[in-house]
Design a protein around this ligand. Structure first.
Ligand code: 4GX
Length: 248
């Protein structure tokens, strides 16, 4: 299952390094994912390659013009008419682990990155299949949001994380935050690794990790805990956490 991302942007250079390092870089090399950038400016027809204009009705800022975006989309779509077009915007559906998992089943996504005050509404009306937001804050453009989406979706493609690791095992899959991790040295400036982790007692380690995951989630993300199916053992551990002084 190979997945292709075509990114429509005014700043294609932004994509060169972040997606080509480390895990995604390897996934590209191994042919598991393909990421192509398309410069919207290349699809202008005028001498000055104008991509934006003042908003009708007046007001601050500039709006991205519909024609260059339409031509860029039609150029990509002519190679693959079934590709889905996603527009990154704070007004979109919030990106979540569930949404990322759903998107990884699409063989070809076209990601449209807006700058300035966004795109002419007719781009959305005529071309966009889905609008997605990476969170309730305002970026300077959709490029970083597109990279976040590519990263989160790519982790679900079999082989991207390596054979002994699956995205399904990660934190959000079981809707608890991760337990704390330690590596050597055992003692760093007087701060030591919890004894249980060096005990060699694997069942005690599992219980400790589950309890710390529950503790973290109850403290930091009670909203997630409320959605989790808790076992009887989980409920007992939570009771212990709430009844002890170390609930901090
Ligand atoms: N999650 N941005 C889009 C342009 C824009 C301006 C106004 C529509 C209306 C973002 C986010 C995000 C910044 C991308 C503004 N589009 N994208 N851009 N948060 O902040 O996805």
């Amino acid at each position: 299952m190979r997945m292709r991302f075509d990114v429509l942007t005014l700043f294609p250079d932004m994509f060169s390094s972040p997606l080509r390092e480390s895990i995604l870089g390897k996934a590209i090399q191994r042919g598991l994912i393909q990421i192509r950038t398309i410069n919207i400016r290349d699809f202008t027809l005028d001498k000055h390659q104008v991509v934006d204009d003042a908003p009708y009705g007046g007001g601050q800022g500039m709006v991205m013009k519909v024609e260059p975006i339409a031509r860029a989309i039609e150029s990509v779509k002519s190679q693959n008419p079934s590709a889905r077009i996603i527009y990154l915007t704070p007004q979109g559906k919030p990106l979540s682990q569930d949404l990322a998992r759903r998107l990884c089943t699409q063989p070809h996504l076209i990601l449209l990155c807006g700058r300035y005050e966004g795109v002419d509404e007719r781009v959305r009306e005529l071309f966009v299949d889905e609008e997605i937001s990476i969170g309730d804050y305002v970026l300077t453009g959709g490029e970083l949001a597109a990279m976040v989406l590519i990263d989160a979706v790519s982790r679900f493609i079999p082989g991207v994380l390596g054979c002994d690791r699956s995205a399904e095992e990660d934190s959000f899959f079981n809707s608890l935050l991760e337990f704390p991790q330690y590596t050597r040295p055992f003692n760093f400036r007087g701060s030591c690794v919890p004894e249980v982790l060096v005990s060699g007692n694997h069942s005690a380690i599992s219980v400790w990790r589950r309890k710390e995951a529950l503790r973290r989630t109850s403290l930091r993300r009670p909203d997630l805990l409320a959605k989790t199916n808790l076992s009887e053992e989980d409920k007992r551990l939570l009771e212990e956490i709430l009844n002890s002084r170390d609930h901090c």
